[in-house]
Design a protein around this ligand. Structure first.
Ligand code: SF4
Length: 158
């Protein structure tokens, strides 16, 4: 066709339903090179549509953006992984640079996985190990570790 194709799943529903339907449909069509513009339709706050579209393009490697990797948590988690991961996501929301930050609940699996990220933390008894560019930079009490994580993130995105 000699004109751009605008694609979206209409009436895709609420957040989870739309994210899954839209990722399957749009992800497939984007990979096939069939999408010029898109809309992810989500019932509710329209800002979620923008966030979802940005994340879809980032995870398809078509846009530079942040990826916050976080473990699913288990009994070994030494801090509130979800809370920290959400805070980091919020902090990086406007960044248009490729950066991977890992937030992992413990050092059992966290050390190996954390080294893959640009910067990250893994929980220890009473604190966190901080990684930067594949190396451990230190072990800190929790609050100090979170500050260190933020400092390294700021260093990467400035
Ligand atoms: S990184 Fe640690 S806390 Fe997180 S899921 Fe794996 S074992 Fe559990």
């Amino acid at each position: 066709m000699s004109y751009p194709l605008h694609v979206g799943v209409t009436e895709a529903g609420t957040l989870y339903n739309s994210l899954i339907k839209s990722s399957i449909a749009l992800g497939t069509l984007i990979i096939e090179g069939l999408v010029d513009t898109m809309r992810i339709s989500i019932s509710g706050d329209p800002i979620n549509e923008v966030i979802a579209a940005k994340k879809l393009l980032t995870f398809l490697h078509l846009r530079q953006g942040p990826d916050v990797v976080a473990c699913p948590t288990c009994a070994r988690a030494e801090f509130d992984v979800e809370k920290v991961a959400l805070e980091v996501e919020e902090k990086l929301a406007k960044i248009d640079k490729k950066i991977t930050v890992s937030v992992l609940g413990c050092v059992v699996n966290g050390i190996g996985e954390g080294k893959e990220a640009d910067v990250g933390i893994a929980g220890t008894k009473g604190g966190v190990v901080v990684f930067y560019k594949g190396h451990i930079v230190g072990t800190y009490p929790y609050d100090e570790g979170i500050v260190k994580l933020e400092e390294y993130v700021n260093q990467l995105v400035k």
